[in-house]
Design a binder for this molecule. Sequence first.
Ligand SMILES: CC(C)(COP(=O)(O)OP(=O)(O)OC[C@H]1O[C@@H](n2cnc3c(N)ncnc32)[C@H](O)[C@@H]1OP(=O)(O)O)[C@@H](O)C(=O)NCCC(=O)NCCS
Length: 177
Amino acid sequence: MDAPRDSRDEAPAGARQLRRVRDAASARVGLAILREAAAWAAASGIAVWEPAELREAEFEAAAAAGELILGFEGASPAATMLLQSADAVYWPEAEPGSALYVHKVAVRRASAGRGWLPRLIEFAAQEAHQRAIPFLRLDTVHRPKMQAMYEDLGFRVLAEEPMTMYGRRIIRLERRA
Ligand SMILES: CC(C)(COP(=O)(O)OP(=O)(O)OC[C@H]1O[C@@H](n2cnc3c(N)ncnc32)[C@H](O)[C@@H]1OP(=O)(O)O)[C@@H](O)C(=O)NCCC(=O)NCCS
């Protein structure tokens, strides 16, 4: 399922593609996208991630575990997410194998507004299909705009009180893969 490691340089200029990356350098690329996105959001008064949630060692481990996805425009990294098989923090009660969990979604500002969010979710859905996993799940800070973006992609908010994490109100969403 993985693209060959060296396929990045074969993409025609401007071609958009997503793939799993496993090496430490790619983990740092993903982290840089997330940090840029977090700084951009913070400048608009939107707190997305705490520094403690963006640690290099954890990203290197996630990449090595096959959880890190990068999106490229030609050879340039444009977007990222973590795609995980379990989420003990936000979905501790979930049945094993019932979902893929989408985390740490971000797009570089230079690539914003180009459809990366639906592309990332479609990648997750395709992988879930391939693995016969029925649901996609994610959590996000309770904000109308972010909620609406995910609802437009077929997610529904769980009917429950938002939970509090790092002082933020977090909602959980899921959709059929
Ligand atoms: C969420 C994201 C991947 C969407 O990328 P995109 O589809 O290219 O869309 P844009 O970046 O152009 O953002 C679309 C709108 O959502 C808003 N938005 C982005 N992140 C937001 C957030 N976390 N909370 C509320 N609004 C947000 C933007 O301000 C923009 O608003 P506008 O339409 O009034 O200009 C990207 O905005 C991003 O990286 N955001 C910061 C990180 C983040 O919030 N990740 C999701 C965590 S669940």
